[in-house]
Ligand binder design. Structure first.
Ligand code: URA
Length: 244
């Protein structure tokens, strides 16, 4: 038995708070009957409708994918390109990515059918840290690293402070490997940050998401999160900042 607002949130229809609002507004039916009580518990076999549309209750599942480059972070593509969903042919649940990685970015991507969990982790206030490794053209200097750390002005505003390390430099090829830890999730953020200070990205990989990494996986491989990892991610998002 699950609380009605949780079931609605899990289905990815609305946040927990919005689900409560929908219930209070009389827009939710259970087995045909309008339910306005927030505490109401429902069984998996109960028919839940939100604004007349039936939702399916699935058991929540959680996966970690090592996304290869050349794959889009969505579940369908109108241009018939490979999507991250294609790596889970054996999974029947309606999973989707939590956030996204660019087509040409590889690395750690979480997938779930748990809408509340996904909304939680993506909420900027929890400041979940993501670690990226970028190969860039050029050799960033100390003052440029400091700029990235402090925050750079992008067209959608100044970025939050980041942790930045130049891991290695190839003087002959004039390229560097840079590690960036950020907690925001703006579109193409890492590429734009590095480009803004003069170092275009030639390769980008997300190495870590909070305490999770890619150890033991090759590109294109996935594994289920353990119940402990799911719990830990939930508690991070409940208690606030993750400082790795
Ligand atoms: N920043 C980027 O530029 N690309 C990604 O895919 C993720 C973060």
């Amino acid at each position: 038995m699950e609380r009605l607002q949780k079931v609605i949130a899990h289905a990815g229809i609305a946040s927990r708070r919005k689900a409560e609002q929908l219930i209070l507004e009389g827009k939710v039916r259970v087995n045909g009957k309008v339910i306005k009580e927030l505490g109401t518990k429902v069984k998996p076999q109960d028919r839940v409708e939100v604004e007349g549309v039936q939702i399916e209750q699935e058991k929540p599942v959680y996966f970690l994918l090592y996304k290869p480059t050349g794959v889009i972070s969505s579940v369908t593509d109108d241009k018939d390109r490979k999507t991250v969903r294609d790596y889970f042919p054996y999974v029947e649940e309606r999973i989707y990515p939590i956030g996204r990685l660019d087509y040409d970015t590889s690395g750690l991507l979480l997938m779930t059918n748990d809408g509340a969990f996904a909304n939680h982790l993506m909420h900027p206030k929890y400041e979940i840290e993501k670690t990226y490794i970028a190969k860039v053209k050029g050799i960033p200097q100390k003052h440029e690293v400091r700029l990235l750390e402090k925050g750079v002005r992008l067209e959608d505003g100044v970025t939050a402070p980041a942790k930045v390390r130049v891991l290695s430099v190839d003087k002959r090829k004039q390229t560097s490997i840079v590690e960036l830890v950020i907690h925001e999730g703006r579109n193409r953020q890492v590429r734009r940050m590095l480009e803004t200070v003069g170092y275009p990205v030639v390769k980008l990989k997300r190495e870590r998401y909070a305490f999770l990494d890619l150890v033991g996986l090759n590109a294109g491989e996935a594994r289920e999160l353990t119940p402990h990892e799911v719990k830990k991610l939930n508690s991070l998002a409940d208690t606030g900042k993750e400082r790795v």
